[in-house]
Design a protein around this ligand. Structure first.
Ligand code: TPP
Length: 360
């Protein structure tokens, strides 16, 4: 007997699902380790650190210890993981507001990140930036930006600065599928290709811009194809698989560093939670969410590590326990830190002296 299952307007039969599962099973058996133990364990650690950090942050939000906006990255960690191994520390990164994971993968400590979420003076931006606005000059991390699509021209500008200074650093410019529809993408792509800027554009396509699916936004569902209008090398990537993310970014980075100009990767991923903490995400089915959870990037990597005898269960447990301790210490640090002094209201502000509308 064959039941029809409707999913995202595609009709699959249970038979078809069975066949797909068998193909996936065969692929799994064929998997072979390509990298050394440290690489796998570093990926695991980076991704688990982000997941544990955000799970605790969500709990703290529930207790009103974190206020304001909070957009979590849970489900998307393979992108931050794969990126961390494919870039150099000197490379610049800029992204949107769903940024805790990216920031942590670039070296911002969980203490500084948690304290920032708590609005405390010991946060990475003295508690004045909050969840959407981490920034770190030392880590070449340019945010954290709440304006959808704004990172695309800013990242392009960072790449222009690197070219002007004749470095071989690249600027990674990240944005969501919703942001990809902004005009700023086209102006930036055009300029970056004309001037062969050292920029890697990454669209983290998690299928939704708030409650609006990619299918409802445009007739072009494969966002990477937007690059072809500018002859920009562009590819789709499986964002649930950290190895594939690493490989794709490594290849793109090699192209960019050799002076050939920009590259565009559409990394297909999924966010398990709503758009932000206040979104119950009723616009998608539980089956859809579960389908992605089945391919969870951390679980996938953990089974590869264990099945491939890369590390033992005990080693994995040791990493998890160490990270749990780290996150508890970050929480304690955030709790025990002071809020910024009132005088901080007047520091770190940009003031244009000749702005004509300043009032005393
Ligand atoms: C210029 C601008 N327009 C609208 C908004 C409101 N807004 C906030 S998030 C969002 C959706 C963006 O989705 P996407 O780019 O796919 O990123 P994701 O949340 O999936 O990471 C919108 C429309 C905004 N912040 N800035």
């Amino acid at each position: 007997m064959s039941f029809a299952i409707q999913h995202n307007r595609r009709i699959f039969t249970t038979q078809k699902y069975k066949e797909m599962a068998e193909v996936a099973d065969k692929k799994k058996k064929k998997w072979k380790a390509k990298y050394d133990k440290d690489t796998y364990l570093n990926w695991y650690e980076t991704m688990q650190r982000i997941r544990l950090f955000e799970n605790r942050a969500l709990q703290m939000y529930g207790q009103n210890k974190i206020r304001g906006f909070c957009h979590v990255y849970i489900g998307q960690e393979a992108i931050a993981g794969g990126m961390s191994s494919a870039l150099r520390p000197e490379d610049a990164v800029i992204t949107g507001y769903r940024q805790h994971g990216t920031a942590i993968s670039r070296g911002i400590s969980t203490k500084e990140a948690m304290a920032e979420l708590f609005g405390k003076s010991t946060g990475i931006n003295k508690g004045k930036g909050g969840s959407m606005h981490f920034f770190s000059k030392e880590n070449r991390y340019f945010g954290g930006n709440g304006i959808v699509g704004a990172t695309i021209p800013i990242g392009t500008g960072i790449a222009l600065a690197e070219q002007y200074k004749k470095t071989d650093n690249i600027a990674v410019t990240m944005f969501g599928d919703g942001a990809a529809r902004q005009g700023s993408l086209h102006e930036s792509f055009n300029m970056a290709m004309t001037w062969k800027l050292p920029v890697l554009y990454i669209c983290e396509n998690n299928n939704y811009a708030m409650g609006t699916s990619v299918e409802r936004t445009s007739n072009v569902h494969d966002i990477y194809k937007l690059g072809s209008a500018y002859d920009m090398p562009s590819e789709p990537v499986d964002g649930m698989d950290v190895e594939k993310v690493h490989e794709a970014i490594e290849k793109a980075v090699k192209h960019i560093r050799s002076g050939k100009g920009p590259y565009f990767l559409e990394i297909k991923t999924y966010r398990y939670k709503g758009h932000s903490v206040s979104d119950p995400a009723t616009y998608r089915s539980r089956d859809e969410v579960n389908e992605y959870k089945e391919k969870d990037p951390i679980k996938q990597l953990e089974s590869r590590i264990l099945d491939g005898n890369i590390a033992s269960k005990e080693e994995i447990k040791e990493i998890k326990d160490r990270l749990k301790k780290e996150i508890e210490e970050a929480l304690e640090f955030a709790e025990n830190s002071e809020y910024p002094d009132k005088s901080e209201l007047y520091t770190d502000n940009y003031l244009q002296e000749d702005y004509p509308f300043i009032k005393d």
